[in-house]
Ligand binder design. Structure first.
Ligand code: NAP
Length: 488
């Protein structure tokens, strides 16, 4: 094993050493290998990044949208050419299997660049008719310097979902990836530079929560787009309130997936597995409370057990692997503690929930996908976000009952319904208090469809044309065509 690489900050179009002169280790979750030493940005580094982003904003925001869009489309092309490399970097950083990352991570990032690149020329205001004597119009203007703060589960996707609309609208950005997954934000910065994004428009400042805190407080920053847990989201909201910043909050969840007795059961099981075991269950919108109608409950569990036990746990770099490594031993310990708690609370562990040793990855924390039955709504495993491969299956009898139980949570990120009955499906979805809902599928997030949470799961939406609204503000212009009336 050679010396680990060094990951500097990326400010004003180049890698720069942090003024703190401190670094931290970036570790491969599957092998424990130190991949890189990462520079930790402090307050002064944030100040320098903000100054660079402010200067760059002046030219980038005045460029015609079509030109900004062209640059983003070039970035998409470069990303596509480097798809394999980026997918493997994501595997090494996150522990997720290579069977997922080319699609869910890289392609999803490319989609965002192409979608918002295409929309950049179409950012516009309105003409407002005020009769013969006057009219008004609105201008949709970029906000200025925006901060993006990301979670570790979808590092490239999160960095791109935030920066593509921000840059399309003419903003500049400072992005702080999770300390656990710094690599692909840097690659994204390099790709933007190669594509022609001017220096200072996209900057990366690595670090821990403190670095995120500096960004959220900074008076030179107009907006914070945050992805992470509800408790951290609350802190960021408090910090942002100091200078009344715009905020987008993409937070956690404990989402319900409701399976009625007429559902196509094989598909319902497929969706429940996708909704709990994809990316080792480290997905914000996961449908971790699976409500199954009592008439098909036993059949559902039996099918689910067989298919779950057939999942391949292994080295994330192998194409056959379906379950990779948990992000780190601490998080794995937290997930294992929930599994212990579930058993203690009286739930029945149908399958999984064990630590697994993977040859060649002995330092990694692997957990076999766990299914709990005989669960109750008030159990902690059914109320708290576990963020691991742990599914709770609950039984229900009728529609009103299951809607009330599904909504009985402070979260409101996502929800799913499985039924062949069209009116039942739409009726139930209307009553579910969640930002992102699926009928007869789960966890699909095409770029044109708004994504985000209600209640404590979030504020604002990503991944849709309306995301541009969250990175702009309206200026109203009243135009007088006649004389000025005045009583004095
Ligand atoms: P987290 O602990 O809340 O951290 C998120 C980001 O915030 C990280 O970059 C973190 O830096 C930073 N941070 C920590 N303290 C901060 C502070 N006081 N001020 C500013 N930034 C601070 O979340 P996580 O463990 O990385 O990710 C898992 C959570 O993210 C889950 O709850 C999941 O549901 C949620 N998530 C939501 C979505 C969505 O779209 N709704 C998507 C993905 C994940 P460090 O990493 O250095 O601590």
């Amino acid at each position: 094993m050679g010396n680990p690489a060094e990951i500097p900050l990326y400010i004003n179009g180049q890698g720069v050493a942090a003024l703190t002169e401190e670094t931290f280790e970036n570790i491969n979750p599957a092998t424990g290998e130190v991949l890189a030493r990462v520079h930790r940005g402090g307050k002064q580094d944030v100040d320098i990044a903000v100054a660079a982003a402010q200067a760059a904003f002046e030219t980038w925001s005045r460029m015609p949208g079509i030109e900004r869009g062209r640059v983003l489309l070039r970035a998409a092309d470069i990303m596509r050419k480097n798809r394999d490399e980026l997918a493997m970097l994501e595997v090494l950083d996150t522990g997720k299997p290579i069977s997922e990352t080319p699609y869910a991570d890289v392609d999803s990032a490319i989609d965002a660049l192409e979608y918002f690149g295409g929309l950049a020329a179409d950012i516009k205001g309105e003409h407002l008719d005020l009769g013969e004597g006057a009219f008004a119009y609105t201008i949709r203007e970029p906000l200025g310097v925006c901060a993006g703060i990301g979670a570790w589960n979808y590092p490239l996707q999160i960095a791109t979902w935030k920066s593509a609309p921000a840059l399309a609208a003419g903003n500049s950005m400072i992005f702080k990836p999770s300390e656990l997954t710094p690599t692909n934000a840097m690659r994204l910065a390099e790709i933007y530079s190669e594509a022609g994004v001017p220096d200072g428009v996209f900057n990366v400042v690595h670090g821990f929560g403190k670095t995120g805190h500096h960004l959220a407080c900074h008076p030179g920053i107009a907006k914070v787009s945050f992805t992470g847990s509800v408790p951290t989201g609350r802190k960021v909201l408090e910090d942002a309130a100091g200078t009344v910043k715009h905020v987008t909050m993409e937070l956690g969840g404990k989402s319900p997936l409701i399976i009625f007795d007429d559902a196509q059961l094989y598909n319902a099981v497929s969706a429940a597995m996708n909704a709990n075991f994809y990316s080792q269950g480290e997905v914000c919108s996961n449908g971790t409370r699976v409500f199954v109608h009592e008439a098909v409950y036993e059949e559902f569990i039996a099918l689910l057990k067989i298919r779950t036990e057939a999942m391949v746990i292994g080295d994330p770099r192998e194409s056959s692997t379906q379950v990779g490594a948990m992000i780190n031993p601490d998080h794995a310990a937290k997930v294992m503690e929930y599994i212990r708690l579930g058993i203690e609370e009286g739930a029945y562990l149908v399958t999984g929930g064990e630590k697994v040793t993977v040859p060649g990855c002995e330092e990694g924390a692997f957990i076999s996908p766990a299914v709990f039955s005989a669960t109750q709504d008030d159990m902690r495993i059914c109320r708290e976000e576990i963020f691991g491969p742990v599914m709770s299956v609950l039984s229900f009898r009728d529609e009103d009952e299951v809607i009330a139980r599904a909504n009985e949570t402070e979260f409101g990120l996502a929800a799913g319904v499985f039924t062949q009955n069209l009116s039942l499906a739409h009726r139930v979805v209307r009553k579910l208090k969640a930002g992102s809902c699926w009928i007869n599928n789960y966890n699909l997030t095409p770029v044109g469809v708004p994504f985000g949470g209600s209640k404590q799961s979030g504020i604002g939406r990503e991944n849709c044309a309306a995301a541009l609204d969250h990175f702009t503000e309206l200026k109203s212009v009243y135009v007088e065509l006649g004389d000025v009336e005045c009583d004095y």
